[in-house]
Design a protein around this ligand. Structure first.
Ligand code: GTP
Ligand code: MG
Length: 419
């Protein structure tokens, strides 16, 4: 059979890192944009009084961008990759999430366990706690049973969101800004529209957890029909979980697999029309979440991945789960970069361009003002020179006149004296 290797060491070059570094880059760029806009705003506000150089709407535009850029920065710094898990009760949604997180983070079990939306995200300070919509206070969570208990204590609405914060350094997915949302079974609620509006519109990826022992059900299909009316081409993965059950009926394994695959491909391509048949085949997996979680917990205890009691065919199923994780990471990273950064990077460029244009206009006008002033100065200078000359001329005239007058007077006086 296939050889299993630990997948921990490959994770550093995971596609999730592309999102993480894109996020870092776009945040850095927005710091620069923000500095530029703030500096410009300060400048234009300072020259605000000079109507000839800057106009009111220009000042308002630049000043307005300060808060707009800050709002975008706020969104950008909080952006993450979001995956939501759906499926009927007991198909193993919570188990899949735990397997991916390599830890028993969420309560799972027989019967209807998950009774509200549970969003698992990374906490920075190594703490584990939960926050409900009703009370934003941190409630400590020490263990799964603790979490399950806390969730039972709360009178929770199935539509409600409980955020579970789990130490980032415990799970690579959380470290890399993936947020995982667990949901109650889609067969136990009639409020699917509310669910979609409240929890799904910003999802990058949906994972439908199907029970491989039965098949894709109408309730599951209907849910995604609703989703695809609100989101164009949602990214959907289909996990046929509990595939370990097939070990007990090996003679039907290939047949069942082919049947499930055909149904799932038809659903994605012909009914939802979200992808091509080739793409659909890369979105459908046959796994056992329970086994994967068990194996990973063993491995962390320092034991072999496949020690413990495992059904026939475990290595193949384990590899398939890894295959799912790989495709999932590629998909979520790409989708999140596209949906979360594309618009903002366009917007950032627009802001920078607008501000630059204002500054160029201001510069041009200032330049014009300068030339005009210089011309005026020259005119004034010329006038002054002329006047000065006039004055000089007049002065000379006057001097002459006075001289004559004096002479005249002297003459008249001496005449009068000697006559
Ligand atoms: P709800 O929260 O009630 O909607 O259920 P869920 O979809 O979250 O299912 P959960 O993960 O709680 O799993 C239900 C039961 O199925 C648990 O007892 C799991 O241990 C078991 N289970 C989950 N995955 C597998 C699997 O791959 N194989 C087998 N044999 N059992 C599984
Ligand atoms: Mg559950």
């Amino acid at each position: 059979g296939p050889v299993l290797s630990s997948d921990m060491k490959y994770k550093d070059c995971s596609p999730l890192q592309t999102f993480v570094s894109a996020k870092r880059k776009i945040n850095d760029i927005f710091v620069e944009i923000s500095d530029f806009v703030q500096e410009t705003a300060k400048y234009v506000e300072a020259i605000d009084r000079d109507e000839k150089i800057i106009h009111k709407p220009e000042v308002e535009l630049v000043s307005g961008y300060v808060s707009k850029v800050r709002a975008i920065q706020d969104i950008l710094s909080r952006n993450h990759m979001k995956v939501v898990f759906f499926g009927r009760t007991s198909n193993g949604k919570s188990s899949v999430i735990n397997a991916m997180l390599r830890d028993k983070v969420l309560p799972s079990g027989i019967g209807h366990t998950t009774n509200c939306f549970l969003q698992v995200e990374g906490s920075d300070n190594g703490e584990s706690y939960l926050v409900t919509e009703a009370s934003p206070e941190k409630q400590n969570v020490k263990s799964v049973s603790n979490l399950a208990h806390a969730l039972c204590e709360e009178k929770l609405n199935e539509n409600e969101l409980v955020r579970v914060f789990w130490p980032r350094d415990k799970c690579l997915l959380l470290r890399d800004d993936v947020v995982l949302v667990d949901s109650p079974g889609i067969d136990v609620t009639p409020n699917l529209d509310d669910w979609i509006d409240k929890h799904c519109l910003d999802a990058d990826v949906f994972v439908l957890v199907v029970n491989a022992e039965s098949t894709l059900m109408v309730t599951e299909k209907n849910f995604f029909h609703k989703v695809s009316t609100k989101l164009s081409k949602p990214n959907i993965f289909i996990l046929n979980n509990r595939w370990d059950a097939s070990a007990s009926e090996p003679e039907f394994l290939e047949q069942v697999r082919a049947q499930h695959t055909e149904r799932a491909v038809d659903f994605l391509t012909k009914e939802l029309k979200v992808c091509s048949a080739k793409e659909a085949k890369e979105r459908i997996f046959f796994v056992s979440a329970k086994e994967v979680l068990q194996a990973r917990l063993q491995e962390q205890k320092g034991q072999q991945l496949h020690s413990g009691a495992l059904a026939e065919g475990f290595p193949t199923r384990y590899l398939e789960f890894q295959g799912f994780e790989e495709k999932f990471e590629e998909c979520i990273s790409k989708s999140a970069i596209q949906t979360k950064f594309h618009q903002h990077s366009k917007r950032g460029k627009l802001v920078a361009d607008d501000v630059k244009n204002v500054m160029e206009t201001v510069h041009e006008r200032a330049q014009q003002q300068k030339t005009e002033l210089m011309n005026k100065k020259k005119e004034v200078n010329d006038k002054l020179n002329h006047t000065e000359q006039q004055v000089q001329l007049i002065t000379i005239e006057m001097k002459k006149k006075i001289h004559h007058m004096v002479e005249d007077v002297e003459e008249k006086v001496s005449k009068a004296l000697y006559e």
